[in-house]
Design a protein. Sequence first.
Length: 141
Amino acid sequence: MSRGVAGTLDDVRSAIALAVLAAVLLASGAAAGTPATRLAISVYPNGTADSSAVTRYRLQCGPAAGTVPRPAQACRVLAALAHPFARIAARMCAQVIDGPQEAVVTGIVHGRRITAHLSLTSSCETQRWSRVSAVVPGFPG
């Protein structure tokens, strides 16, 4: 049972259309499966015990947007750090309190859910906040 050249062209066109559709579905599925960086940031200038002066910010990357002062710069900082909110790996931290400021950051970074509490209660914690100061406003300096 021969379908001829017209039948073969229809088969090729159908195969190409299916391949293109599959590629589009895979690409959109991959993008949907990787959550964009999205953060909620609360900054407590007098510490978390005093919530009367808390300032709240949002940040979203891809595209950069939000209420942090410079969203694009904040997104670049996050992109450059594998684990931006990880504690500083140090054996010794000076127990110097640089201020009462604290911040709480929750959300998704690099597709991973994070919760971070930043403070200025030691040299290591101050360095940790300094590393992400473009992302989390309120760092003294």
